[in-house]
Each structure stands twice: as C-alpha cells, then as structure tokens.
Design a protein around this ligand. Structure first.
Ligand code: 13P
Length: 253
C-alpha cells in the first residue's frame, strides 16, 4: 500500500515572515491528519526558517528543496549542494521541474546525475516529467515521459528506486488552470509505472509514488486521488495559502 505524498512547490514565492505565518496557520489544520505525507518545498532562502517552524511536526510535514547542484562543494557560484540541503533539514528535493528544464536549460542527463547524487546524500528525489502541449498534440506524451524518466533514473539501484517520487506534470497544465482530465492523467501515470516496471521490476514499480501536478486545487484533488495509480500531487499556486494547501492535503488522504 503506497502512502500518498502531497508536496507544496512554492517556486519563487514568500518572505521569512510569510513563511512563519503560513506554518502557524497550516500546522493546526493538519494536526490530526494521518495516512498522507506532506512536504513543503520553499525557496532556498526559507529552508532554514521553514525547517525550524516545522520542527514540531517532524515526521508529519517534511521539508524539500526545489533544486540542487550535482557537486558537493566548490566554485559553483549561485548553486546549492545535496549535503547543504541535508544539513538544513531537507528530506526531499524536486529535480527536473519543467521550469528548470525550459528556463534554465537542464538536460535529461543532468537531471539524471542530480537524482543519483541526491540518493548518495540521503535525499529523496521528486523527479518531474511531463510533455509540452506541442508534444501532446503530436501524440508524444508517453514517449517524452519515458525518455525523461529513463534518463532521470539511469544508474540508480532498484532499492533506491523504491523510495523515488515521480511527479507527472504536463507542462501545459502548470499554472494555467487547465488541469489534465483525470482519465488521461491516470492513463499516463499508469504508463510511467509500466516503464518503471520494465526497468526495476513490478514489485519496485508498485512501491514508487507517482504524483500528478498541474493546476491542482482543493476542488479537483479528490478526483485525482480516486485514480488507482495516482499517489498524491505536486502543487504550485494552490499551495501558497495555508487553508488551500491544507484542504488539498485533507482530500489527498
Ligand atoms: P500549479 O499548481 O500552479 O499549476 O503548478 C504546478 C507545478 O508546477 C508544481 O510543481
């Protein structure tokens, strides 16, 4: 039985005081919530403060970063390493988000290197895959996800893969209010699980949590969670308000 994981990707939003306010409002709303793992992924500048604020809820609400570099330390101006994320209390790291791929030019191979490195530092990757509208209209959805996924998990062991979180985020559904219909999301996520089964065996594939992401809101999360292969969500805009993210976590149980 897979425990769903609902993660908040705050992207480039919030200040220290807004983060403190969010956590103060959020924790009481989810205090009695069991059976779902919640993760908050703020910008790097807020990881320390968010980690401290969430310390009371350790085990219930985890901390994740939105990116990391593949090296441990050195002359890499502007980058943050896996050990640094671990040091500040992260358990998760989002890797290969479509915004990193499209705006910052991250290749499938670089994402794969980062995934391998994340495991060596005890971080669980949330590996993002997903097709653009153009690729979808060209009938390439499953092929694009397969390519991104296989490059992303190249070189990790079946034992590592077991704890992986994959986020299927169709690029055209991100921040548009145009969420993928649940039937298509289920079919695409089932296809992603099949690729994992080919690579790591069915038993490992059955253990991997696969999220849907793209315009998830309190009023549509339950439909996704009702699908057999969808194990949670990666939430952008609707994770910025405590009440909204708490409502998603509750419905995501
Ligand atoms: P939205 O929920 O704002 O569509 O963003 C999704 C996303 O990119 C999460 O990583």
């Amino acid at each position: 039985m897979r425990t769903p994981v609902i993660a908040a990707n705050w992207k480039m939003h919030k200040t220290l005081s807004e983060t403190a306010g969010f956590v103060k409002e959020f924790l009481p709303l989810v205090r009695d919530l069991d059976g779902v793992e919640m993760v908050i992924c703020p910008p790097f500048t807020l990881l320390g403060a968010a980690g401290w604020a969430l310390a009371d809820a350790k085990g219930k609400v985890g901390l994740g970063a939105q990116n990391m570099y593949k090296e441990v330390q050195g002359a890499f101006t502007g980058e943050v390493s896996g050990p640094m994320l671990k040091d500040v209390g992260c358990g998760y790291v989002i890797l290969g988000h479509s915004e990193r791929r499209a705006i910052f030019g991250e290749s499938d191979e670089l994402v794969g290197e980062k995934v391998r490195v994340a495991y060596t530092h005890g971080l669980i990757p949330i590996l993002c895959v997903g097709e653009t509208l153009q690729e979808r209209e060209a009938g390439q959805t499953d092929a694009v996800n397969r390519r991104q996924l296989l490059a992303g998990v190249a070189g990790i062991t079946p034992e590592q893969a077991r704890s992986l979180v994959v986020a299927y985020e169709p690029v055209w559904a991100i921040g548009t209010g145009r969420n993928c219909n649940t039937t298509d999301a289920q079919a695409t996520i089932a296809a992603i699980r099949t690729v994992l089964a080919e690579k790591f065996g069915q038993e490992v594939a059955d253990a991997v949590r696969i999220q849907y992401g793209g315009s998830v809101k309190p009023n549509n999360i339950a439909d996704y969670m009702a699908q057999p292969d969808i194990d949670g969500a990666l939430v952008g805009g609707a994770s910025l308000e405590a009440a909204s993210f708490a409502a998603i976590c509750k419905a995501g149980k």
